[in-house]
Design a protein around this ligand. Structure first.
Ligand SMILES: NC(=O)c1ccc[n+]([C@@H]2O[C@H](COP(=O)([O-])OP(=O)(O)OC[C@H]3O[C@@H](n4cnc5c(N)ncnc54)[C@H](OP(=O)(O)O)[C@@H]3O)[C@@H](O)[C@H]2O)c1
Length: 303
């Protein structure tokens, strides 16, 4: 099969298009023929070896954890249905920048017909992050939540999931993303110097919760803006725990994926895709992601 591989830990310049064997499909796993995948910062963080102590790489390594495609074989039976999923495994080897990948049923969910392939490919990792972080700080009706990096992949979905729960959302972004955030349902606020004052003006009685995707100062600022430390969740900085907050590293969950697809089916959730690249141009897609300026998702088309 065709795949994009890393022969060793490295960066965008080390990605190669290669012909490799299909992944071995073990008991209890399904083989998926992929239509599309998406780029997440963790793909190039892992590619650089930064997750080696948690999820070691085995080479040649096919990056990617977001899957959208068709199940072509399940045990001895041939089935044919569309799925999406977050196919993270204990060792990074058979990722999703390829024509085929493998998954356990707990990692996938049916893809609704109303969700196009690009949106399906962009939903799983960031969607699970949104659901599992909002659950970690119990975001509910009438809460005011501050979402940092609200225009990014995670933020774009977290804004909409929090709104669907009835929360008021304040989202940080640069000025060029103001209208984008308003369209998603957030009240935009510019990050940088003076952010705390701007948040206080919008929420003079204090925020109830915060989702941090940046790390460092954003955690302290969220507490100063009124969030109880136990309701500050970070996906970027485990040190949040030292301040009484929660650090989340997401897990596969078919149930959470179904929550997301039903929100998409009921039109409460869209997956904003800002750029698509053919699989062969994965290196350019990584460079676009590494700018830190991606709006919504960057998708790789496979078939
Ligand atoms: N722990 C986990 O399980 C987990 C899960 C998912 C993601 N993550 C991590 O979370 C981070 C975000 O992921 P992502 O997919 O959302 O990334 P992303 O899509 O690449 O984020 C890009 C966005 O970040 C915004 N941004 C950059 N600097 C900012 C700042 N100082 N304040 C506010 N916004 C800023 C940009 O907005 P502007 O263009 O307006 O500046 C851009 O829209 C990454 O480090 C990723 O590895 C962790």
């Amino acid at each position: 099969m065709k795949a994009v591989i890393l022969p060793r830990y490295g960066g965008a310049q080390d990605l190669e298009v290669a012909d490799v064997p299909k992944p071995p499909c073990g008991p209890g796993e399904v083989l998926i023929r992929l239509k599309a995948t998406s780029v997440n910062p963790v793909d190039w963080q892992l590619g650089a070896g930064r997750l080696d102590s948690i999820i070691p790489g085995e080479f040649p390594l096919i990056p990617g954890w977001d899957a959208a495609g068709t199940v072509v074989a399940a045990g001895a039976e041939i089935t044919d249905y569309a799925v999406l999923g977050y196919v993270r495994r204990p060792v990074a080897k058979w990722g999703t920048y390829a024509e085929y990948t493998i998954a356990e049923p707990r990692m996938i969910a049916p893809k609704p017909a109303s969700l196009d392939w690009d949106s399906a490919a962009g939903l799983s990792l960031v969607g699970l992050t949104a659901v599992q972080t909002l659950d970690a700080v119990a975001v509910k009706d009438a809460d005011t939540i501050l979402i940092h990096a609200a225009a990014g992949g995670v933020g774009s979905i977290a804004v909409q999931v929090a709104k669907a729960r009835g929360a008021r959302v304040i989202g940080t972004a640069s000025p060029r993303n103001r209208d984008y955030l308003v369209a998603l349902g957030a009240e935009p606020v510019e990050y940088g110097d003076g952010l705390l004052e701007r948040v206080r003006r919008l929420a003079p009685d204090g925020i109830d919760a915060a989702l941090d995707a940046i790390g460092g100062e954003e955690i302290d600022l969220s507490i100063e803006a009124g969030a109880d430390p136990s309701r500050v969740v970070s996906i970027a900085d485990p040190k949040v725990r030292e301040k009484g907050g929660k650090y989340v590293f997401i897990d596969p969950s078919s149930a959470d994926l179904r929550t997301l697809t039903s929100l998409a089916e009921s039109k409460q959730l869209i997956v904003p895709v800002s750029a698509t690249f053919p699989l062969e141009r994965a290196a350019e897609a990584w460079e676009a992601s590494q700018t830190g300026k991606a709006r919504g998702k960057i998708v790789l088309k496979i078939a």
